[in-house]
Write a protein that binds this ligand. Structure first.
Ligand code: NUP
Length: 243
């Protein structure tokens, strides 16, 4: 079963479109133990876990593999957020390592070009993994890159075309970019939206504007009661969808 369907099935089973960004602060002593504790606490309220440099840099491949096994034992998918943005060969080596560690998908930057993105998607699909392409990031400076005017239109719309053309499994558009979310909602690719809470975006607004999955980190991970916060967001979204 392709990644796109695996994560849709997980979201359906958990009744949650939340992708937990497992971004642990550097001050945490025992990162693998804290990661496991967080997954156990919120596993019922999310459909996937996303790991970024917060864990991928300090942990060993076997420590990451163990976390991915735990993620899978909860019926969740695992996404590597390293925003691949390199030459074809390097991207392919990265996909090899990531899939061996148990990741189900990787986030990539269409800046590498049509051919590079297509090669990356092909390589990932052969390994049973998915690719999610950046289209418009959530931070204030995103307009200086993704929003650049190229040939009379925003670079992001070119990136969206590249993602579709390459057969990517989803796109990233910030929850802080509601206009862009509304624009891309018309297309066929699932939209992953970060920037909720800590970066000022709102979960319900993002869903209403066209987000399919919500990537949420600090507001859950750093909460005194992560499960409570995750559950609250989950039920708020379910209500807003029903309206
Ligand atoms: O546009 C993006 N914005 C963003 O925040 C693309 C991302 N991949 N992210 C990542 O999502 C970011 O690096 C972090 O891992 C997570 C958001 O975390 P938080 O702001 O909810 O704590």
């Amino acid at each position: 079963e392709p990644f796109r369907e695996r994560i849709a099935r997980a979201a359906d089973a958990k009744k949650s479109p939340i992708v937990l960004a497992l971004d642990l602060p550097t001050s945490k002593r025992n990162l693998p133990a804290f990661a496991a504790k967080t997954i156990r606490a919120v596993g019922q309220h999310i459909c996937a876990v996303k790991m970024n440099f917060h864990l991928i840099l300090p942990l060993s491949a076997s420590e990451i593999s163990r976390i991915n096994k735990l993620v899978h034992s909860y019926g969740l998918q695992s996404i590597a957020d390293i925003k691949l943005n390199d030459i074809e060969n390097t991207n392919e080596v990265a996909i090899d390592h990531l899939t061996r560690m148990g990741f189900d998908a990787v986030i990539a930057n269409p800046f590498i070009g049509k051919g590079g993105l297509a090669a990356l998607v092909q390589k990932a699909h052969k390994a049973g993994a998915g690719v999610i392409a950046l289209v418009y990031m959530s931070h204030p400076g995103a307009k200086e890159g993704f929003g650049l005017e190229v040939g009379g239109r925003g670079l992001y719309s070119e990136f969206l075309e590249r993602a579709t053309g390459a057969g990517a499994d989803g796109i990233v558009v910030g929850a802080t970019q509601l206009d862009i979310l509304r624009q891309v909602a018309k297309q066929q690719l699932p939209v992953y939206s970060p920037g909720i809470g800590a970066q000022g975006g709102d979960a319900e607004q993002a869903i209403r504007s066209g987000a399919d999955y919500l990537i949420i980190g600090r507001s859950i991970v750093e909460a005194a009661q992560p499960a409570k916060v995750a559950k609250e967001i989950q039920s708020r979204i379910l209500l807003s969808v029903r309206k």
